[in-house]
Structures are given as C-alpha cells and as structure tokens.
Design a protein around this ligand. Structure first.
Ligand code: GTP
Ligand code: MG
Length: 183
C-alpha cells in the first residue's frame, strides 16, 4: 500500500501523429476527431496500478510542429520514460521517430525507458488473416514487422495503437510501468 512511484514521461513525434489523442485516451478515456495542434506542451498525470506497486505518470505531451523542436530537451531532460509516436499511415513519420530515438539515446537519462508507438491502427482495419477479406480500407504505409525489427534493434518497446478505438493504449503505458525499476 506504499506511495505511488512518480515517473516523468515525455511524448515526442511529428505533428498530427496523435500524441495528444493517446494521452487524452489514457488519462480522460475520451477521443475527439479534430484536435488542435499542441502549442508548447501540455502536462497531465495518470496512475497505473501493477500487481505489486503503483506508478504515477507525470506526462509531458510535447508539440510536434517543427517550430517547437528546440523546446524538447526541456521536457525530456530528467525523463525516466518516453513514448515516441509515429502514424502507421505516413511513412515519413517513422523516420522522424527514429531521429527522436537517436536524440534521446544521446542526450536523455541513460536509464530512460523508451517505447515506439505506431498509432492510427484503426485505419488499417481492412487487414485480416483471412485471404478473402477486403483490403480497400487499408491505409497502412509502415508494416508492423519492419517497425518491430527496428524497435528490437534499437532496444525500444513497441506497440501499434489506436487512440480512436483505445486498442493497446493502456497496454503500452503498463508495459512501460513494468520496466521502471522499483525504488
Ligand atoms: P501536435 O500536437 O501538433 O504535435 O499533434 P499530435 O501528435 O498531438 O496529434 P493529435 O493528437 O492532435 O491528432 C491529430 C489528428 O489525428 C486529430 O485530428 C485526431 O483526430 C487524429 N488521430 C489521432 N489519433 C488517431 C487514431 O488513433 N486514429 C485515427 N483515425 N485518427 C487519429
Ligand atoms: Mg498534440
């Protein structure tokens, strides 16, 4: 029944990939269709209960627009965890995600837990194991296998998510929480 461990977590990634949508889904259990781009950064908190302890995430949701890039070090400095988000329907956003991963591995805390998240999984819902299924609605540009291979090589946690349907949103925060060393 001890106090929750406080964990500073930063979200990074190109504008429009869905960072704020993921955080609003995780913290407020809500999703809105047309969200305004974040200006500067937003701060939110949310607890995550594990079997043996609780983690209180102190979340910095940063602005992805290029003009805010120089602010990022203020938010990832001292962070114990980071979520780097890309959009599975836009391949260029994975390149940006890779450059964030490199920057964090050079400049952030050495023990930082980093997760790579491919968001907007709902837009690839035409996919199925079933060969007869339609792929007409599939807007995917980045394969799960390629992203997983990159994440493994770079030592990052990885999941595909949908802020819209909530798929894997709690799961990625829980995976990160489990990787945080207990005090
Ligand atoms: P910046 O604040 O500018 O860095 O952008 P952001 O990464 O915070 O993106 P934001 O959460 O504002 O989402 C951008 C747009 O993508 C919004 O209009 C969302 O409705 C949409 N979006 C976010 N997540 C999803 C998702 O999981 N699925 C779908 N289909 N759309 C999404
Ligand atoms: Mg935002």
């Amino acid at each position: 029944t001890g106090k929750a461990t406080q964990v500073k977590l930063v979200l990074l990634g190109e504008s429009g990939v869905g960072k704020s949508s993921l955080v609003m889904r995780f913290v407020n259990r809500e999703y809105i269709e047309n969200r305004e781009p974040t200006i500067g950064a937003a701060f939110l908190t949310q607890k995550c209960h594990l079997d043996d302890r609780s983690i209180k995430f102190e979340i910095w949701d940063t602005a992805g627009q290029e003009r805010f890039h120089s602010l990022a070090p203020m938010y990832y400095r001292n962070a114990q965890a980071a979520i780097i988000v890309y959009d599975i329907t836009k391949a260029s956003t994975l390149d940006k995600a890779k450059s964030w991963a490199k920057e964090l591995q050079r400049q952030a805390n050495s023990g930082i837990v980093i997760a790579l998240v491919g968001n907007k999984l709902d837009l690839a819902e035409g996919e199925s194991e079933d060969d007869n299924s339609s792929t007409e609605d599939n807007e995917r540009q980045v394969s799960e296998e390629d992203a997983q291979a990159y994440a493994d090589e770079a030592g990052l946690l990885f999941k595909e998510t949908s802020a819209k349907t909530s798929k894997n949103v709690d799961a990625i925060f829980t995976e990160i929480a489990k990787k945080i060393p207990s005090e």
